[in-house]
Design a protein around this ligand. Structure first.
Ligand code: 4AZ
Length: 271
């Protein structure tokens, strides 16, 4: 997550260019340079994305398959319920889905790996992320101790106001062509107006989506961050859903508008 088209990326490009001029660069060198740049993005906390501790964000979780491969994020909203994206949960079984709780570093063995108690609940109207209703709820077999994050409700309209700042978190890619992050990253993005979201995407639906990012791009969620949290006012206001590429100018990230699903979530969380 947290793509950053900033100075480090530019620096990596310059290095590649200089090496090419010196006759030493190959396509493979370029990949290595990109990786190094991305590591520095994660470690040096440059503008946009930064490493954050899981202890400060105990409700953010990631999903893996049975082999341990991280494919999405999620948010604990009660000790046994995780909100994620429908496109992360559709078709998944209890056998091939794990929820990793309390682990900021994918390579550590801290935290818990929790199994599902049942097949995921997927919003019944879900068809595809850019058609809306990209929301799902997972039920954990064992309750966890981590503090949950309450979902936004109808009273939280101001959290979706234009320019309101939100935090987005995840272990996804740090660039469209970059590998996923080893560490939990976070970034701050401004919520865009429904007009601007609609201008960016014909599929945008203001009733069930919100979008966020800077007009010039540069900070965003990316592949692998899906299902993870968009947070403001101490509440889960969005679920990372879709967008055209990552951090592109004029192409903000799109998030499921959690407040719009208050009643249906209530029903799921109480069941
Ligand atoms: C994805 O493929 C994805 N830039 C997630 C977020 C965004 C784009 C794609 C938003 O999971």
């Amino acid at each position: 997550m947290i793509y950053e088209e900033g100075p480090m990326r530019l620096a990596a490009l310059m290095v590649t260019l200089l090496m090419a001029l010196a006759g030493t660069a190959s396509a493979d060198d370029r990949v290595v340079d990109d990786r190094m740049a991305d590591d520095r993005v994660a470690d040096d906390r440059v503008v946009g994305g930064e490493r954050v501790s899981i202890e400060d964000h105990p409700w953010v979780v990631y999903l893996t398959d049975a082999s341990g491969f991280q494919f999405c994020g999620g948010t604990l909203v009660t000790p046994t319920k995780v909100v994620t994206a429908a496109h992360c949960a559709v078709g998944r079984t209890t056998r091939n889905t794990r929820v990793v709780v309390g682990r900021g570093d994918k390579n550590s063995d801290e935290g818990e790996v929790v199994r599902l108690a049942s097949r995921p609940w997927v919003h019944p109207d879900y068809v595809a992320a850019d058609r809306g209703d990209d929301i799902a709820v997972l039920t954990l077999r064992d309750a966890v101790d981590q503090e949950p994050l309450p979902p936004a409700g109808p009273e939280d309209g101001e959290l979706y106001a234009e320019g309101s700042r939100a935090r987005v978190l995840g272990w996804g890619r740090t660039g469209e062509q970059a590998p996923a992050s080893r560490y939990l990253l976070a970034a701050t993005v401004p919520v865009m107006s429904d007009e601007d979201c609609s201008a960016a995407y014909f599929q945008y639906d203001e009733a069930t989506m919100t979008c966020a990012g800077y007009p010039e791009g540069g900070v965003d969620t990316c592949q692998g961050d899906s299902g993870g949290p968009m947070v403001a006012g101490g509440k889960l206001i969005g679920v990372t859903s879709w967008g055209e590429g990552c951090a592109r100018e004029g192409k903000p990230g799109v998030y499921s508008r959690v407040a719009a699903y208050h009643d249906v979530l209530r029903e799921q969380l109480d069941s």
